[in-house]
Design a binder for this molecule. Sequence first.
Ligand code: PMT
Length: 418
Amino acid sequence: MEEFFQTCHNTTFYSFLSMTINKHILVGVSGGIAAYKSAELVRLLRKQGCEVRVVMTESATQFISPLTFQALSGNPVHTELLNADAETAMSHISLARWADVLLIAPATANIIAKCSHGLANDLLSTLYLAAECPVYIAPAMNQAMWHKTVTQENIAKLKAHGVTIINPEQGEQACGETGLGRMSEPATICERLLVQPIAPCLQGLRVLISAGPTREPLDPVRYITNRSSGKMGYALARAAVQAGAKVTLVSGPVNLVAPDSVELLQVETAAQMYEAVMAQAPYCELYIGAAAVADYSPITTESQKIKKQARQTTIILQKTNDILATVSQLNTPPFTVGFAAETDNLESYAQKKLHEKNLDMIAANWVGREQGGFDSEQNALQVFWKTGQKTLAMMDKTKLAEQLILLCAERFNEKNTT
Ligand code: PMT
């Protein structure tokens, strides 16, 4: 954090962070196994200087005792709609007015459905309706429930109503299944609540970002792909939106929910990604190629499943179009930022790509190591441009993306004012 403050101080833009210390945070806990994580969340919020009050649904009290939250928040816990006044000397309306922020964590599919439809049949759903402050929701549920169309429609509706969704994470679930649906970690939620990330350094600019892997089909059931999860590209899209840009995200197949107010173009193959990017690039001021585009694709795709026959077989591959190099060769190219994913010679390979592809900037990262790179929550970048370089240390991809966006804006401004 200190390093980030330093970065911000050194830029010519704005004061980028503001800690919302002493904020009144109303934490709504609904009934899911992730309720235990909210105890840690309340502790962290208090530690940051926030005053916290907790509202629990009836089913939440089956998972964790109100006494735990009372002890951690230092305030009585609110559970009843009708006798809230008698219980804690605060009505649901005065609680809603007390809050600077309402956070529902964990938010079950049920409370999400209630909020998105305006139902108010318990204290928490009534508070949501009565709240005039910013609302954050951290969903937690079984992966199939999360992916269900009706849940996604409810989430989309809440986003359209201005609610910030702190997306769930991938992983093993309490029910034994694996997938997207685990509540975000308390530290991540705390950070999203307390840090106003970046000033509008890309205000009004059109930004195009590619993310995720591509899939190059061999036949109807098999394809060649790579380990990209899309996390880096999606974090960049989110940071660019926060910086005021109008963002188009061209995404390969990933298990992520697109950030708010992003135009999402979903593609599968390198050829489709090429078409989608090239259709948008002439209208954008900044292009960031964070996708792991296949360098080669099979020369033919069989229409039927390839049968197992010989002991060995050969697949003939042909080079795909280099999207990044083509964008930078446009007559009026956007400010073009590439990525370089390397297992060795990071700096020299990145510099080579910077010059050969005629890029404005390249962000190089190690891949195939224990920390960072593909499908990791964290990453580190060595960023190069023609006249300089900067190291962004290992950190959460959300934070890293914010720093890279600031750097892009800085270099973009320099290029366009000299
Ligand atoms: O998605 P995550 O799991 O979060 O992981 C993030 C990441 C490791 C994928 C990301 O940080 C990253 O490094 N992305 C670029 C991966 C890559 O393909 O690197 P490369 O060195 O092979 O390619 C160099 C650049 O050329 C990249 O900007 C790439 O998008 C671009 N390229 C490559 C081939 C091609 N046909 N067209 C391209 O535009």
